[in-house]
Structures are given as C-alpha cells and as structure tokens.
Design a protein around this ligand. Structure first.
Ligand code: C2E
Ligand code: MG
Ligand code: MG
Length: 732
C-alpha cells in the first residue's frame, strides 16, 4: 500500500518538473488519458464486485471518465486546434461529472447497510458539509460569488466547481471514517485522490480569478495524483473487496469525526471576526445549521446507546439458544429469594447421553433438542418460576411451590421423554433430575451443592430418573470427588498398572493372545478393579487419558515380550473413547512407536456399545481397515441382535462368562450355543469363551466346537513376564 501511495505522489512529479517547459501543453492531454484509464479501472473493479460496491465503483469510474473526456475536449480545442472554448461548455459538463458521479459512487462504496448507520452517516455528512462550506466560502467561493459572471448559467457553473470540491472533500472525510481493516488502504488512496483534486481545483479557481493561471502549471500535479490514486484504489478494491462492518458500535474516530471540521470552521469564522473581517449570513447560517445537526446527532447517539444498553442487559441474563435465563440470572434470583427467607425449591436437570445426540446427529440437531427441552420446561412450570440453562445440557428451575415436588419431577420426566422430530429423525431424550428444598434461610452455595448431589444420585440410579436431596448423599459425594482427584493424580504420575490374562486354544492350550486389564494401585484401598474406576474416569471426563495410558504401557510391555511373535495383544476400549474421531490415528501412531504391526493388536468393545447406527461402528470400521482386529466383548450380556451381527466390523466374539456357566448347567442352553459357532464361522467371526474356571466347562465347550478360551483355569491376570508361552498345565 505504501508503494501505491508513493507511486501516486510520484505521478505528480513530472508535471512539476515540466511546468515551465514547452512540454507542459501535453501534460493536459496526458491528464485526460490518465483520468480515462482510472475510469476504465473503476469499471473493471465493478465487474468483479457485487451489490452496492459494484454500482459504487462503476459510478466513480464514470466520474473519472467524464472528467477525462471533458478535459480532452477542452485541451484538444484550446491547445491543439487553438479554437477558444467558451464558458460554460461541454468541458465543464465533463469536469462537473466527477463530483456528481464520484460522490454518489463513494456513498455506495461506503456501504452503510443499516438504517441507523445511514442516518448517522447522513448527519455526519451534513455537519461536515456545513463546516467545509464555511471554510470553502472563506477561501474560494466568496471570490467566485463576488466576481459574478456574464450569464446566469456561467455564474451557476462557476459556483458549482467550489461546491463540487466541498462535496468531494466531505465524502473523503466520510470514507476515512468508514475505513477499517483491509479497506483502510483503499480509503487512503481515495482520500489522497480527492485531496489532490480539491487542491488543484482550488488553486485553479484562485489563479483564474486572479488571472494568473497558465496551462500546465505545477498545481496541475494534483490532477495526476488524483487519477493515479483513484485508478490504484479501483485496482485494489477489485483484488481485496472490503468487508462490511457497521456493527452498531461506533469507533472513537467516528464519534469525533464531525467535530473536527466543525471546530475548524468555527475557528475560521472566529478568526475573521477577531481580525475585523466581514462575517455574514453565508458563514453564520451553515454554522448554526451545523450546530443543530450536531445536537440531532447527539440525540440519535443517546437513543441508540439506550437501545444497546437494554440489549446488552438482556444478553447478560439470557441464554441466546433457548431464550431461557442463564446462570447469572439464576444465581442472582436464587440469592435474592434465599435472602428473603421464603421457602424455595431448586430443580437441576441434566440430559442423559446428550453428547451422543450431538456427536451422532450433529450440533444443529443438538440445538433443536436443547430448544425443545427449554419449551417443555416452560410448559411444566409457572411463568413466575425462574427457568435457566446453566450451560451445555444443564438446566435449572427455581420455584416457590415446594409442595408435591416428587409428583412434579415425575411429570417433568414424562413430559421430557415424549419423542419429537429432529429433521427426519425421531428423538427421545431422558434426563437426570435432582431436587432440593430450602425451607428457611440458607446459603445459596449450600443449596446448590445439595441439588447437585441429588442430581448425581439420580444419574447413579440410571437414566431418566429423579432424586430428592437427602443429607446422607453428602458422604457418597465426598467419596466420589476424592476418588476423582486421586485418579487424576494417578494418571499424572503414570500409576495405572496393566496385568495380562492368557487367551488359549481349548484343544491344546496354546497361548494365542493376552488380554490387558487395567489396575489401579490405590495408596490405601489397594488394587481398585476397573469396574469401579473406569466409570469414575468416565464421569470425571478422563477416560481418554486412562485409555491412552493403558494403551501406551501395554503396547510397550507387549513389544518387549518374547511371546509377541506368536500371540496378539487384546486391549479393552470404552465406547466414549471410540467416539473421539482422533482415536484411530492415536492407535496407529502408538503402534508405530512400539514397533508393532496392526495385526498384533485386538481392540475389545463391549457388545452393549454396539447398538444400531452407533457412531462407534464407523470408528471400528476405520480401525479395522488399518489391520487392527476388533473383538465384541461380553457377548450375550448386551443387545447386539443376531440380525445385525454380520454387519458389525468385527473379527472375534468373546462369549461372556455368565453364558459359559449357563451352558454347564443347562443342556438346552448348550445346544443353542453349540449352533452359535457355526453361525460365527459362516460370517467370518472366531470365538473366545470367557470366564473358564474348571476343566469340565472347557471340555464341554471344546465338544461344542468353541476354538479358544480365557479364564482363571488358564491363568489369573498377572504381569506379562509370568505368562509362559505354553500354558504351564500342559507344559508340565
Ligand atoms: P472383560 O474385558 O470382560 O475382562 C475380563 C474380566 O473377567 C477381568 O476382570 C478378568 O479378571 C475377569 N476374569 C477372567 N477370568 C475369569 C474367570 O475365570 N472367572 C471370573 N469370575 N472372572 C474372570 P477385570 O480385570 O476386573 O476387568 C473387568 C472389566 O473391566 C473388563 O471386563 C473390561 O470390560 C474392563 N476393563 C479392564 N481393563 C480396562 C481398560 O484398560 N479399559 C477399559 N475401558 N476397560 C477395561
Ligand atoms: Mg475384555
Ligand atoms: Mg469380557
């Protein structure tokens, strides 16, 4: 941009250098060509742009072209053909085309889209116009006015020049106020151009009225600067279309804008008065008009500010998505109500599996769900109850009706659970609801804690339930919080351990794989089983860290194990880990770091996570395409229907231990399971029976055709080094 400005200024230099030489005559013709070129660039910019900007640049281009043609007409006749051009003539029409078309163009280019922005800009324009008129009057217009002219038309046209300059200067100030960001450079070029034009024009006027003007004098440099700058601005505008910005908030520069020229005009008039000069209506009337306009502008700003304040107040206390109150509103009202000491109940509500809705149906669908929940909450409570969305999928209600709350909570759950449409899908949401009551004065913080505990208790009871706060809940809560903190500590210090259990062929007890099982050596509780700490990790939101920690350790230990060549490593993954889109990439990186092949890894996912259309399935397919194998864990305890089994991206089915025990007791169950292997085989799945504890079970499964098994019979979960490659029982 600096280079462009320098180029524009440089364009004036030859004019100054040639001003007293014979070549000066030709600078007139050159300035015509330059103006026409700027006009063409304006049209080219218009072709590339759309909307107001398109018309604006076309008009500005038209203005330049008009000036260029008018100047060409004059120079050709005066300087080349030496025929005197009368005043006014076609040339003047051309010259005056620039302020008329240019001002209209700049108005459009400024692109004030809102009515308010347009009003402000109009007021600013009028104020600046009044002020510049006063200055212009004192500098040039008065002399033209007083000189008079031969005819009325000539008089009007000679006045039109200084007035046109005032209009252009006003537009330049407005463009400057408008400019920000990328548009600033373009604005600088436009202002430079208009300044060049105004300066040269004023000088021309002063010189002609003094009779000292001669063709090609150095003040004509301004015309060159003007059209180089306007051409460059058009070129830049086509390349970097300016972004629109009139977001209601005025920059400091825009607020101060009209006062600067107005101050200037007032000082000029004051200077004249003090200096004993004449001051008449042409100075005083626009000055007074400007003053009235400034008052109007002040009033408009005041009105606008009060609207803004109201809007900001609303935004500060409301949730934009649901239109309910927000956390700030809820907290404030809770404190006020509690301070008054009237009985009050707080209901907290957390949607069940909202993350799944968001992840599988998308955020837009998530928004629809939240809005629907908001509407249903409104329907369930009274208008004077405070209903707020605290954030995410958490809602809260503050009500003075403290009787019959359990019934109210049941009604709320039933209402929320009704299915509704999101696009083409039918969605049903459940929620965990906690309720706590303050019958007398109480700290807001304590009541909030109570209702939180009730909600956690509801969550722990299963989905779509409510719980009323009871004092005994505090103990359980403290335990959970302590557990979470300790688990985070354990993760931070890499204190999670992994033990391994062999997976063997039932026929000859050959170790074909090892399953990694996470262990948490708690400082004073001892070994905490995964069934306890994995859910805690899920609730605390650190399950991904647990997963990565186990994965890293198991891969490293397995890679260093001598049996790694003949056996696979099986690792449990929880569904929420699978929902992380970066999981497959993490697995690939970690495998590479451990120097293992994808075929050496099996990932186990519980059957219960594989409900139809679950997003987990997509991740499984992706993982499987990299060569990692997938096992369906705890088969028989979830609800993956046999109908869908062949569509699951899996390689191995792990029959749950409870099933295995059933077979031993119940011959009918045995017959059913006996046919399962054939089914699995037909769809390319291989089976592993879990929880084998005695040889009779193993024998029976072997006879039923099950190829592999895992259980205390073949080894307890233990450090990898203690697993013999051949099972100790047969090795002995
Ligand atoms: P699972 O994947 O079904 O693992 C087998 C569980 O059965 C293990 O319990 C194992 O110790 C136990 N088991 C093995 N043989 C026998 C037997 O003969 N009889 C009986 N009664 N039990 C047997 P563990 O280690 O307590 O793990 C429990 C569950 O925790 C695992 O079930 C798995 O779902 C989960 N889990 C373990 N480690 C991780 C992990 O790193 N990440 C995740 N997300 N889950 C894990
Ligand atoms: Mg497992
Ligand atoms: Mg299992």
């Amino acid at each position: 941009m600096t280079a462009l400005v320098a180029l524009c200024l440089a364009a004036g230099v030859p004019v100054v250098l040639l001003s007293h030489t014979a070549a000066a005559t030709y600078t007139q013709l050159a300035s015509s060509a330059l103006a026409c070129a700027a006009g063409v660039l304006g049209f080219l910019a218009a072709r590339r742009l759309t909307g107001n900007a398109r018309h604006g640049w076309a008009l500005l281009g038209g203005g330049c072209l008009s000036w260029g043609l008018g100047n060409f007409y004059w120079s050709w006749n005066e300087l080349v053909v030496h025929a005197e051009v009368l005043f006014p003539s076609l040339a003047d029409a051309g010259y005056l085309g620039l302020p008329v078309l240019g001002a209209a163009g700049l108005w459009l280019i400024s692109g004030f889209s809102s009515v308010r922005a347009r009003t402000t800009v109009l007021l600013d324009g009028l104020i600046v116009g009044c002020a510049l008129f006063v200055v212009g009057w004192v500098i040039t217009v008065r002399s033209v006015w007083e000189a008079g002219a031969d005819s009325k038309l000539a008089f009007v046209v000679s006045l039109a020049y200084p007035v046109g300059d005032i209009v252009l200067a006003t537009m330049a100030v407005l463009v400057a106020a408008r400019a920000r960001g990328g548009g600033r450079g373009i604005a600088i070029l436009i202002i430079l151009g208009l300044a060049g034009m105004t300066a040269s024009d004023s000088m021309f006027l002063l010189d002609t009225s003094a009779g000292t003007y001669f063709t090609g004098q150095s003040s004509d440099a301004g015309f060159f600067i003007c059209f180089t700058a306007l051409g460059a601005a058009s070129w830049a505008a086509a390349r970097w279309p300016a972004e629109q910005n009139d977001a209601g908030v005025l920059t400091r520069w825009r607020i101060l804008l009209p006062y600067v020229p107005f101050g200037l005009a007032a000082s000029v008039v004051a200077g004249q008065t003090i200096g004993g000069g004449r001051v008449g209506a042409p100075e005083v009337v626009p000055l007074l008009a400007g003053l009235v306009l400034i008052l109007l502008r002040q009033l408009s700003t005041l009105l606008h500010n009060s609207t803004l304040t109201r809007r900001m107040r609303y935004q500060a206390y409301h949730d934009p998505l649901t239109g309910l109150g927000n956390r700030a509103q809820f907290t404030e009202r809770l404190e006020v109500t509690l301070a008054a000491g009237t009985p009050v109940a707080v209901v907290y509500l957390d949607l069940d599996d909202f993350k799944l809705v968001n992840d599988s149906l998308g955020h837009d669908a998530g928004d629809v769900v939240l809005r629907t929940v908001g509407d249903r909450l409104r329907a369930c409570f009274e208008p004077d109850d405070t209903i707020a969305r605290l954030g995410g999928d958490e809602f809260a209600v503050l009500t003075g009706r403290v009787d019959g709350l359990p019934a109210q909570a049941r009604r709320l759950l039933a209402e929320l659970h009704a299915p509704f449409q999101v696009g083409s899908r039918t969605v049903q949401v459940g929620a965990s609801v906690g309720v706590a009551v303050a019958t007398g004065p109480m700290y807001a913080e304590d009541l909030r804690k109570n209702v939180d505990l009730a909600m956690y208790a509801a969550k722990a009871q299963g989905k779509n339930t409510y719980a009323m706060f009871e004092p005994s809940m505090r103990q359980g809560f403290d335990r959970e919080m302590m557990f979470r903190a300790e688990l985070r500590q354990a993760l931070a210090h890499d204190l999670l351990d992994v033990v391994y259990q062999p997976i063997v062929t039932l026929a000859d007890r050959q170790v074909i794989g090892v399953e990694a099982l996470a262990r948490w050596e708690h400082p004073y509780l001892g070994s905490v089983p995964p069934e306890v700490f994995i859910p805690v990790a899920e609730r605390a939101g650190v399950i991904a860290e647990v997963g990565v920690s186990v994965l890293r350790r198991a891969l490293a230990e397995f890679a260093a194990w001598p049996g790694a060549g003949d056996a696979y490593l099986s690792i449990n993954v929880s569904p929420s880990q699978m929902l992380d889109p970066s999981f497959p990439a993490t697995v690939a990186t970690m495998l590479a770091q451990a120097g293992l092949r994808p075929e050496q890894l099996v990932l186990e996912v519980a059957e219960s996570a594989l409900a139809d259309e679950s997003d987990v399935i997509g991740t499984l397919a992706l993982l499987r395409s990299t060569g990692v194998r997938i096992a369906i864990d705890d088969f028989g305890t979830g609800y993956a229907s046999l109908r869908h089994l062949h569509r699951l991206p899996a390689d191995i089915v792990k029959i749950d231990g409870t099933y295995v025990r059933d077979i031993a007791r119940d011959p009918a169950a045995a017959r059913i399971v006996g046919t399962l292997w054939q089914l699995f085989g037909a769809i390319g799945l291989t089976a592993v029976a879990e929880g084998l504890e005695d040889p009779a079970q193993a024998q029976m499964l072997l006879e039923l055709g099950c190829p592999a098994g895992q259980g205390f019979l073949y080894g307890y979960p233990a450090p990898l080094a203690s697993i013999a490659l051949r099972n100790p029982l047969t090795a002995a």
